[in-house]
Design a protein around this ligand. Sequence first.
Ligand code: PLP
Length: 449
Amino acid sequence: MTTAPAHDPTSPDARAYALDRAHVFHSWSAQGALDPMVIESGLGCHVWDHAGTRYLDFSSQLVNVNIGHQHPAVVAAIQEQAALLTTISPPTAHLARGEAAKRITDRAPDGMNKVFFTNGGADAIENAIRMARLHTGRDKVISRYRSYHGNTGSAIVATGDWRRVPNEFARGHVHAFGPYLYRSEFWATTPEEESERALTHLRRVIECEGPNGIAAVLLETIPGTAGVLMPPPGYLAGVRALCDVHGIVLILDEVMAGFGRTGEWFAFDGVDTDRGGVKPDLIAFAKGVNSGYVPVGGVVISDEIAADFDKTVFPGGLTYSGHPLAAASIVAALDAMESEGIVANAKRIGADVLGPGLRELADKHPIVGEVRGTGVFWAIELVADPATRAPVGAAVIGRAKKEMLARGLLPFAADNRIHAVPPCVVTDDEVAQALSIYDDVLTLLDEEL
Ligand code: PLP
């Protein structure tokens, strides 16, 4: 299924493959090595190729299809909006745009009442950083190693993985280590120690960088592509407190974690609730807000920061900010997620079905070093040696992907991990199918250890 369809060269799948290889330049890839899958259609938690082969989508594509593929209400809303008005410039007031902004701010913490719409997640981060710099009059942004924030000027330099290094042209960025108990940078042995020591490290970085020069701390609430790194108790509340002491803006990147993925509207809604919760100053969102049916992202802005721009011009904008098709799709997606209990489903699946099932696999298979996550946001970390925790190499992950595809499961792989990230609408049966496929493939991989 991952090789070029060899039969009729004029068939749509052969043509899709040939056109792709001839003319499409792909993200983050050596182009010559690519062998893309051809996908024609989707519904719910499944996608199909042209030959009718069905795959259970446990990737949600790039962890964005939270509502599932082709939700009829969202498709209809886009069609209806397209029939009425496909585009209108940002300075105009437009009903769908206002309704979308209201639905987002209704779910945000009190005192966050404005939304700046962007085209996707990276430019949401870009504009959040801009707002923080203008608000504080400071320059530096502290973000984390082991993070991804997007592929534009500041967002890619804020990123804490290999993708930053060839793109390092923006100034004012500093990185710190965050908590990751399984591979602790702080010799910690408990979540509490990891939390406390990661906070001490961040405090020291802030002090050494000069708090008066730091505009923002930018964190994915739960780092996603870096491995679904669950924040230990008190970490994010502690970051909030550090920011408060030094007048630093806290930007939470909810691009991947937000809008249902963790079983909450925002991932931070489920964090440190016993400590009064964590309220950011700026929230970057994209992906799950409309499941990527139309490209969109944005920043939810605190009233205090928004007020800066009541009389002063905000020096930023986009031709497609608040695009009507995107706005209509947000309204329909959030309404359907609410009325169909989709966020609650993600929470229940994580707590009762997917989480326990993955933990059983971790107990059974020596190749699984750790599973961690919440809702429909999980990582299965594969290790070549359970004692040293040495990660498996690319060949093992390549084999895992191939074997899962051959069994009809579309996986999400990153570094030495498989992420179990189905749409939030996933059913108990679909989770059971996926767990059984993971089990089969992990058994094969165990044998090769
Ligand atoms: N922030 C996070 C946490 C992400 O996972 C991503 C994309 O994967 C981005 C930002 C960038 O979003 P986009 O690809 O829509 O620009």
